[in-house]
Design a protein around this ligand. Structure first.
Ligand code: GLA
Ligand code: ZN
Length: 671
């Protein structure tokens, strides 16, 4: 949440780029934005070129005017630092600022998010610009947040980065022998005698595809190094801004399930999380919900900001279908339901040129308020005014958690075998979907987070066990927790080196099993098993395992390993640890996880059809239930509590029917 005494309601607004338009048009923009109940604008996102024309030549007059205009019109500002795209003159004069791609191609000036994260030029000028902006606008009492750069991402493989990578490795491993061991360089005669022997792992060296490397150790370390390098760019600006305006919270807009950056590490250096949500027209509601929950988990459940979404269409999906009537509202509240304290858009006004001219906006090319999109935005704005501060800061209290870990994601992506169809996020999704469909709150946690507040912890594909993580799980289960993990877990240490003695390595005693072999099935093949009298498919990976203390709950029905367990349960201390040896279908996950929840008293908020999501947030004002009907049909929900609809002021009693129209949202304050 943007925790600041400058924020008294769900902020409503987003990216506004008046510098792309003649000044005479600004007053009309203000009229339209206010008409739509917009109260915050994100300014200055891509203005570096207009702010600085040479080493020491800055021009702030235009931004001054915009800042004053916005303040005079009573709007808040989310102030960006404009370092998401460097000016052309800078690239001409200092080519070290340009990135080198994965294939080794040195880029020329172009596009955006284009600066090498280890470029001395970038460091120097980004720091200078952030400092100047903070000094210049520090007394504007309508600035509610700093927005550093924009959607940080990508990678660089230039010589500067390569040099820094060597220094990073030296710092990490101290000696070349330790590095050789960690990367197992005895394989294929890779022994390094000097840190200077090491080159960046890309298409010129260890890789033969983006995710296919001959040495996981170096590639994994480069992922970590690149994520940290880019994070250092954020921290560089953070530090100077924070020193000048310590009371204004600082963020950068993240991108949900974005693989190249370890957002859990990033979150430690951000004052609040913000992210950009752009589901495709046919996105599954659970998929979007997963991303919201993942973003909420980055700061242990603190509310986050929805920094961007389109009011109507994007320009970059393969099919840029319109958000149907009601969908913009529904998806905005979906963010709030999962922990957002802002509803913001890209963008306030459509540009007339370049690649985003057909991207949706509050003010369309038509230029007036008589559009469907403008009307929907205005109606939602009025609702958010009505909600005021009621839901701000509200938390989701979950008894169940899913472990999500960027290192595990990277290591799974890089793994040569067992199957090209094994994707970390797919397996996470299979388990997440159960909670979403059952309306059971669930948190995403990192391996650093405390487990003691949870009754159930699920760690799909816990392939890599970082130092002492097994001990954390051991303590959790011994104390009575329920732990679930899956195939392809416990295989390696933090260097991607196999823990020998039988999979799942350090988790063996907790799970009471050992895995001898794993069979990766081709796409159309399946084994089967029967759980609670129902037959389910076993797909993708079938572990061939032996119990050593655990109870087999069901077993394979075909092939030479028929009779071997597919699902086991081990009583360990006061708790239980489950191992799911294969991939099955949604019905199985629902039945299996649903049963564990029932056994330990984790109850759904309320039962609804899968297309009706219900979430719960609680703050000092009370408890709020969000009913979101994603269906194109209406649904009747029999309520299990008394409450008042905070938008219509209708009161309900337990047993009353809540009629949810297609795509409709109701927020009940529980009485
Ligand atoms: C991202 C960027 C914006 C804009 C939108 C378009 O989220 O941050 O600048 O390009 O995408 O969807
Ligand atoms: Zn570089």
């Amino acid at each position: 949440m943007i925790e600041s005494n400058r924020v008294q309601k769900i902020l409503y607004g987003g990216d506004y780029n008046p510098e792309q338009w003649p000044e005479e048009t600004w007053a009309e923009d203000m009229r339209l934005l206010k008409l739509a109940h917009i109260d915050v604008v994100t300014l200055n996102v891509f203005s570096w070129a207009s702010l600085q024309s040479d080493d020491d030549v800055y021009h702030f007059d235009k931004l001054d005017k915009i800042m004053n205009l916005v303040r005079e019109n009573g709007m808040k500002v989310c102030l960006a630092t404009a370092t998401g795209a460097h000016p052309a003159w800078m690239a001409r004069k200092y080519p070290d600022i340009l990135r080198t791609e994965f294939n080794g191609m040195k880029r020329k000036f172009g596009s955006r998010h284009n600066s090498c994260p280890n470029s001395p030029t970038y460091y120097k000028f980004a720091k200078a610009l952030a400092t100047k902006l903070a000094e210049r606008y520090k007394d504007y009492d309508n600035v509610v947040a700093w927005h550093i750069s924009n959607e940080y991402g990508g990678e660089c493989y230039c010589e500067n980065c390569e040099k820094k990578f060597r220094e990073w490795l030296k710092e990490k491993y101290q000696t070349i022998d330790a590095l050789n061991q960690a990367w197992d360089t005895a394989f294929w005669g890779h022994t390094f005698y000097d840190f200077d022997d090491i080159v960046a792992p890309n298409m010129l060296s260890e890789h033969f595809e983006y995710n296919r490397t001959t040495f996981q150790g170096i590639s994994l370390d480069y992922k970590r190094f690149n994520s940290e390098s880019i994070l250092n760019c954020f921290r560089l600006e953070y530090d100077v801004i924070h020193a000048i305006t310590p009371d204004i919270p600082i963020t950068t807009n993240l991108m949900g399930t974005y693989q190249p950056l370890d957002y859990q590490m990033w979150a430690k250096y951000m004052d609040f999380i913000s992210w950009d949500n752009y589901p495709s027209y046919n996105a599954m509601l659970e998929d979007t919900a997963l991303r919201h929950d993942l973003m909420r988990g980055l700061k242990q459940g603190k509310p986050f900001a929805l920094m961007e979404q389109t009011p109507s269409v994007t320009n970059w999906h393969p099919y840029n279908a319109l958000k149907r009537p009601g969908v913009m509202r529904l998806w905005s509240y979906q963010a709030v339901a999962h922990g957002a304290d802002t509803v913001m858009f890209f963008q306030m006004k459509r540009s007339i040129g370049a690649c985003e001219k057909y991207h949706g906006a509050v003010i369309d090319h038509a230029g007036h308020e008589n559009t469907r999109v403008f009307r929907e935005i205005t109606e939602l704005g009025a609702e958010l005014d009505k909600i005021g501060s009621l839901t701000l800061g509200a938390r989701t209290n979950s008894k169940a958690a899913i472990v999500f870990d960027w290192d595990n994601w990277w290591a799974t992506d890089y793994s040569a075998g067992p199957s090209v169809n094994l994707h970390y996020c797919d397996e996470i999704f299979n388990y997440y979907k159960v909670f979403n469909n059952l309306n059971i709150p669930v948190d995403f946690i990192s391996v650093e987070d405390d487990l003691s507040q949870y009754d159930l912890v699920i760690a799909p594909i816990l392939y890599m066990i970082k130092p002492d993580y097994d001990e954390k799980i051991r303590t959790f289960v011994k104390a009575g927790g329920r732990f679930v993990t899956t195939f392809f877990s416990g295989y390696v240490d933090e260097h991607d080196l196999v823990t020998v003695g039988g999979y799942p390595g350090k988790l063996r005693d907790i799970l009471g099993i050992w895995v001898e072999e794993e069979d990766a099935l081709p796409e159309d093949a399946a084994n089967s098993f029967t759980y609670n009298g129902k037959k389910y498919p076993a797909k993708l990976i079938c572990d061939l395992l032996h119990t050593e203390g655990a109870k087999a709950l069901c077993s394979y029905e075909q092939d030479f390993y028929a009779g071997m367990p597919t699902l086991t349960c081990n009583s360990f201390g006061n708790g239980k640890a489950y191992y799911v040896a294969t991939r099955s279908n949604a019905e199985f996950y629902r039945s299996f996880i649903g049963e564990i929840c029932k056994e330990i008293g984790i109850r759904p908020i309320i039962n609804t059809p899968d297309s009706v999501e219900v979430t719960k947030r609680t703050n000092a004002n009370g408890t709020f239930l969000f009913f979101l009907n994603h269906d194109s049909e209406s649904h009747n929900i029999t309520l299990n509590c008394d409450g008042i609809d905070i938008l219509s002021d209708t009161t309900y009693k337990t047993g009353d029917i809540l009629l949810l129209a297609a795509k409709d949202v109701v927020i009940l304050q529980v009485k």
